[in-house]
Design a protein around this ligand. Sequence first.
Ligand code: UGA
Length: 437
Amino acid sequence: MKIAIIGLGFVGLPLASVLASKGNNVVAIDIDNDKCIKIRNGVSPFFEPDLEKTLRIGLKKKLMVSNNFSLIKDCDIIIVAVGTPQKSNGAIELSIIKNAITTIGKILGKSKNNPIVLIKSTVIPGTMQNVILPILEKNSGKKAGKDFGLISNPEFLQESSAVKDTKFPHVVVLGGYQTKYMKKVKNFFAKFHPHTPIIITNHQTAEMIKYANNSFLATKISFINQLANLCQNVPGANIDDIAKTIGFDPRIGKSFLNAGPGYGGSCLPKDMKALINFAGEIGIKPTLLNAVEKTNQKQMEYIIQLIKKILGKITSKRITILGTAFKPNTDDIRDSIAIELIKKLLKKKAHITVHDPKAIKNTKKVFGEKIDYAKSIADALSKSQCVIIMTHWKQYEKLNNNSIKHMDKKFIIDCRRILAKKELRAEYHAIGMGKRK
Ligand code: UGA
């Protein structure tokens, strides 16, 4: 089988690398030629654990990387993993996927092959049926289900464990009609992931599953964050003990109950907004989803209130932010709560110094000269009047009394409770922990 992957972002590149590293014949396509050159040289455009290692193994085998779409013409499977970014009203922007599908359709029209097109990009229910299928049929002059297969295949990988999740997904979802193409794809995935459940359903359900998944995760986070804020006002209460304990209940489960500054990243906030917008379009009031989103926005306001309570005025204060990546083990700052917080603090004229083990380059693209960038944690804390731990990087667990000795004022706001068990000579506030008795 020859496999094409269209779009070499956070989903496409790990997938192309993993498939090629396992000996598959893979053609990886992206319209950005500079990106393709980098990838061909074994360099990932973003940081993701184990990705470059896997990519390089793939490149030594049968991985071809190019911006030339025509290379897909003799492929058996064409996997589309391009972005569906957010529009200002919360809806998803389909122009990128429409362009990719139009090009694929034209190439399909000239090919003698009967390939299967898999859509991994996150799209609102109905998009396959109403947008993607008509574009493909019109531009190829061929019929879906007869001349080529068309299958929804939502992705559930997490950034920071993309390679692992690509190798060992918890589920594979295949949406579409029960054709010979569906059988072929099912066999392909059953061989690739022998221990993973495969769910076969229709397009609309597959599209909805993706939003159900992400919106449920967001709900868990907003739930625990709201309880964390309650705990903070209950002397001695500790949100982590609560999360751990309720997590033992198999009906609840232990993951995604880590209280913090709110959910960020390129997926949960975007997918929540898209689902809320979609609900509105079909005349449903998504009361719960709205509350989840509002709770998430309020979480940052809550942190700002805490800073004000501790520092009095924010103007002219030296504030250190530890962690700008939206979570550890990534350099991705898209929709990172830390970045939004810095923007708000700058508006209040604070002096900001940031530290992040991987995301400084991306952070500089947003703030340029407006803030200071520290190379070490010690530099970041020197003369600081308040430090806010935003991202749970392992390095920050080592902070101790020695690390904070050059702080001007020893105020710590720990949004991830990394230092909760340490005896620090500082005024320590942690999201979700009432004052120690
Ligand atoms: C998310 C989903 O977890 C993936 O399953 C999905 O495939 C992906 O979106 C996507 O749609 O592409 P990701 O964006 O990589 O993955 O990030 P998460 O690990 O879900 O974290 C999102 C945010 O929630 C981060 O800001 C993180 O700090 C926060 N979070 C997560 C918490 O505050 N508490 C938790 O317990 C878990």
